[in-house]
Design a protein around this ligand. Structure first.
Ligand code: UD1
Length: 423
């Protein structure tokens, strides 16, 4: 059956219990980092998302054997030999995270040839911070048509890199390059997202020496000889947030026993501010939400962690569109990440956008409409809107959903949602 269009109807409050997949934003870099370890590594809790398959394909193009069992969510990678450094444009253009192959390839092979990255169309999403750091570490960059080649004569050099902005991808890429560099690399103003910390734990399990100093500095010991490992990817805090918001919007209740609560703190505070009842499990693991029927307006600004995550801005906007009063959002992480707004407006939401800010005045109800998802999180937001709207919502652009979520439709159905793919 074609999965190009998702039909969503209001089936009342969602309720029940769900468990989470491994984190989409931790797994791609984790797969890329296995290039650094000689031998057979095993990642568990790997989500069966489209980007994971693309990353596995990319390893294949580098001559690295990889096999993914989507039933057990286990990925086995044998990086005993790496015979290529080029990844085809087909793969690179479908997934921006493919730039994360450059750091480990430079570290292990001394060169990398990759097409300029694609992925979600949110803002211009440059990779200048990654490239500037590689050049500072001694790499030479050559642009050849659609390809960007990075080469180092001998070994990369460890150095002090001060990031203009705590970019998640740049921090991860520099860490991987630094492990193969000679000497110590310090990354100042580094991203400290929970997924970056989980990735660092994976690298430590391979034998990497990585420390933190104040403020927001990551110190990487170079000349590392990394060994193969077995590692379980952290649970997806962004999937948890999406599911909590779906239950909240419908006036339902949800329990997520494996939710990584400490990684979700500000999101839970904002849900509480709206009036939802949040209960955290013992030892900080697991969360339950019982929704209020009268959501209060809130305001937030997206920020690097521990600020409000940009990835949950779009789903949260749907709740704000139904709150009693006027809310506001300031998107500071990505330009152009308010592309779900015109689609929500088609559904009757009262949202005024001015630059990177949105003012949202709650309406009594949304109405179903044909809408188009333009990135992973806008797809999640439009699904949530469809679950509370009167009438039917048909959403195209479903390929964005598959890039970041495994089986979100099934999980929502298990909570009582009426959501189906149609031809
Ligand atoms: C990662 C996440 C994404 C999340 C984002 C911010 C993955 C696979 N994706 O994306 O879901 O929304 O972190 O938490 O982990 N920037 C530059 N130059 C650069 C790099 C980034 O200007 O070289 C800018 C970007 O355009 C953006 C901001 O920095 O405006 C944040 O980007 P970054 O933190 O790098 O996000 P990603 O790693 O792409």
């Amino acid at each position: 059956m074609s999965r190009d269009c998702l039909l969503i109807r209001n089936a009342g409050p969602l309720s029940g219990e769900v468990t989470l997949e491994g984190a989409k934003n931790a797994v791609l870099v984790s797969i890329a980092s296995l290039i650094l370890a000689d031998g057979l590594s095993r990642l568990t809790k790997v989500p069966a998302s489209h980007d994971v398959y693309q990353m596995v394909k990319a390893l294949g193009e580098l001559g690295i054997a990889a096999s993914f069992d989507e039933r057990t969510h286990e990925l086995v990678v044998d990086a005993t030999t790496v015979s290529g450094v080029t990844v085809s444009p087909e793969i690179m253009k479908s997934m921006r995270a493919s730039i994360l192959l450059m750091g480990p390839l430079l570290a292990r092979c001394g060169s990398a040839r990759i097409a300029l990255p694609g992925g979600c169309s949110i803002g211009t999403r440059p990779v200048d911070l990654h490239l500037r750091a590689f050049v500072k570490m001694g790499a030479v960059l050559i642009q050849d048509g659609d390809f960007l080649e990075a080469r180092v004569n001998g070994q990369l050099k460890g150095c002090r890199i001060v990031l203009d902005y705590p970019s998640v991808g740049a921090t991860e890429n520099i860490i991987m390059a630094a492990l193969g560099a000679h000497g110590i690399t310090e990354i100042v103003n580094a991203a400290l997202e929970p997924e970056v910390l989980d990735f660092i734990e994976l690298l430590k399990s391979m034998g990497a020496q990585i420390d933190f100093t104040f403020p927001a500095t990551i110190v990487v010991q170079g000349d590392a000889r990394l060994r193969a490992t077995t590692y379980c990817i952290m649970r997806d805090r962004l999937e948890a947030g999406t599911l909590l918001m779906a239950a909240a919007a419908t006036g339902g209740s949800i329990s997520i026993p494996d939710a990584p609560v400490s990684a979700l703190e500000l999101v839970l505070v904002k849900l509480e501010d709206m009036g939802h009842l949040i209960t955290v499990g013992s030892q900080g693991r697991g969360v339950t939400l019982v929704a209020t029927r009268e959501m209060k307006p809130i305001s937030f600004k997206t920020m690097p962690y521990p600020g409000f995550p940009t990835d949950l801005q779009a789903p949260m906007t749907v709740l704000m569109a139904l709150a009693r009063g006027t809310s506001s959002v300031h998107e500071t992480v990505f330009e152009n990440r308010l592309m779900h707004v015109p689609e929500l407006q088609k559904m009757g939401a009262n949202i005024v956008v001015s630059g990177d800010r949105a003012t949202i005045t709650g309406v009594k109800e949304l109405c179903g409409a044909p809408v188009v998802a333009t990135d992973i999180r806008s797809a999640a937001a439009l699904i949530i809107a469809g679950l509370v709207a009167q009438g039917e919502t048909s959403m195209t652009g479903t390929h964005h959903l598959f890039r970041g979520y495994e089986g979100l439709d099934e999980k929502l159905r298990s909570l009582g949602a009426c959501i189906d793919f149609v031809n």
